[in-house]
Write a protein that binds this ligand. Structure first.
Ligand code: ADP
Length: 272
């Protein structure tokens, strides 16, 4: 284990000696590196669609406009890349909000079943277009949890959306509930291809993808699971994943159970 030490030497006022202050800056260096990697990755992700948009637009300007069939295709490509750019920027903003200490997270009793139902409805069309079946199970275990409605909505949206994206036609994505004494879990289970153990520990990292091409093709930004992780942590919970290649994937979001009634009134003085 190599430590990086910063040393500061201060002479004593009587000139008789000096004090040396040593500080372990390994962690500071590491965070700095993570930040630099992130900026480099984000720039690269933004540049790809931007370069495409510029290329198509310039080709149109330089003559392709006179070829209606080609022009139409190029304009479609521009729109497609602009949508991709927008997705990346939206996810970057969402990620930054989820990490910002200033962002307010109201922890209050919320109903995970209502949120899950809403998320499933909003993705029904996408799932049916892909030939993936959506379901909801074990709803008797859906007890109120302590969380933030918007955050849990986003978490489940990202997880179910991933399930649909990576599960081939004919497969299933199911949201199910589990409870124990102090915590409750919302699980998103899919019958997709699964994730190899070697990738499993890294998929929550920003911009990490098992298969770059596959993710792109599905409109992925590589940020969805990083957002899930941060939002869940902000709610005082944790997210975990279990998967075996060829046997589907289960994401599990664990949150504290809410004592209904008590927490509900605690927010009344927050009306200003
Ligand atoms: P992306 O936008 O690429 O989907 P995410 O952060 O949401 O980014 O996920 C990171 C990577 O984890 C994905 O690129 C994919 O390789 C893998 N992954 C996420 N969810 C699933 C899933 N349900 N089944 C298989 N692989 C998944």
């Amino acid at each position: 284990d190599v430590k990086i030490i910063s040393a500061h030497v201060a002479p004593l006022p009587d000139g008789a000696g000096a004090i040396v202050v040593m500080r372990d800056v390994t962690e500071v260096r590491r965070l700095d590196e993570v930040r630099r990697d992130f900026v480099a990755n984000a720039s690269h992700e933004l540049r790809t669609p931007l370069t495409a948009i510029r290329g198509f637009a310039e080709t149109l300007r330089d003559g392709a406009l006179d070829e209606p069939r080609i022009a139409k295709r190029f304009v479609s490509n521009i729109v497609e890349n602009a949508i991709r750019l927008q997705r990346i920027v939206d996810d970057l903003l969402e990620l930054s909000r989820s990490e910002s200490p200033d962002a307010r997270f109201e922890l209050e009793p919320i109903d995970p079943l209502a949120i899950a139902s809403k998320v499933l409805s909003s993705l029904e069309q996408k799932a049916s277009d892909k030939g993936v079946q959506l379901g909801i199970e074990a709803t008797h275990d859906a007890v109120p949890v302590s969380g933030d409605e918007r955050a849990l909505d986003q978490v489940l949206l990202n997880l179910v959306d991933n399930g649909i994206k990576y599960t081939p036609s004919g497969g299933r994505v199911v949201v199910r509930f589990r409870k124990d004494a102090d915590t409750a879990r919302v699980e998103v289970v899919d019958s997709g291809p699964g994730i190899a153990a070697s990738h499993l520990s890294r998929i929550f990292e920003r911009f990490y993808r098992v298969d770059q091409g596959r993710s792109r093709e599905q409109g992925g930004t590589g940020l969805g699971l990083a957002i899930v992780k941060h939002l869940t942590q902000r709610m005082g919970g944790e997210v975990s994943v279990e998967s075996r290649l060829g046997h589907g994937t289960t994401f599990s979001v664990r949150l504290a159970r809410a004592e209904l009634g008590r927490d509900a009134s605690a927010h009344d003085d927050d009306s200003a």
